[in-house]
Design a protein around this ligand. Structure first.
Ligand code: AMP
Length: 196
């Protein structure tokens, strides 16, 4: 399965991705995780990305394409993947399609986890305390939400137009949301193999 996971900051995307990885045994490709590792290693890429991330803005498409292109060329990707945090705008969505077309591994399903804003703010406040992330202050969170609404939300429409989008109701417990995801994956892939 080649899955793109979409959702606002604090939608539970990362938590659900971890559960999916456990259940499905697919590689988890999180651009946030890759970037934070680069920052921690103080690599040139990490140095370029840190200030942008700390403001809650998007790291440049060029840098991101290099990062994701490299990761997607690793051999484990042949088993499928769960892509988390990429694409974040329409240009990245188009670039991803190109890379995956070359690899003959196109996206099969995009799952969008929908939550309301109040719930998101509460979750992020909890995560900031638990993980001490430097991009989880209130002002930065507000900026990340704005960037999401302006640049990332249209990515869902991009996949909807291709007939690849499934929306997941994201309120409720981690288990409840996870069950909805697994159900959506089963139905999505069952209907596909039925029509082949
Ligand atoms: P995340 O953990 O996915 O919320 O990502 C944390 C931060 O890393 C974001 O707020 C962005 O600054 C940066 N980032 C992650 N993925 C991308 C991406 N696909 N494009 C640009 N910036 C990204």
């Amino acid at each position: 399965m080649r899955i793109v996971l979409l959702g606002a900051p604090g939608s539970g995307k990362g938590t659900q991705a971890a559960r999916m990885v456990e259940a499905l045994g697919l590689p988890h490709i999180s651009t946030g995780v890759l970037l934070r590792a680069a920052v921690a290693a103080n690599s040139p890429l990490g140095q370029a990305a840190k200030a942008v991330m700390d403001r809650g803005e998007l790291v440049s498409d060029d840098i991101m394409l290099g990062l994701i292109g490299e990761r997607l060329s690793e051999s484990d990707v042949a088993r499928g993947f769960i892509l988390d945090g990429y694409p974040r705008n329409l240009a990245q969505a188009a670039a991803l399609d190109e890379v995956l077309k070359r690899l003959k591994q196109p996206v099969e399903i995009a799952l969008q986890i929908d939550v309301n804003e109040e719930e998101v703010v509460q979750r992020i406040a909890g995560r900031a305390a638990a993980e001490g992330r430097s991009d989880d202050t209130e002002e930065v969170v507000r900026n990340r939400m704005r960037v999401y609404a302006e640049q990332t939300a249209p990515v869902a429409d991009y996949y909807a137009e291709k007939g690849l989008l499934t929306r997941i109701h994201g309120q409720g417990s981690v288990d409840e949301v996870f069950q909805r995801i697994m159900f959506a994956l089963q139905s999505g892939f069952a209907s596909k193999s039925g029509s082949d």
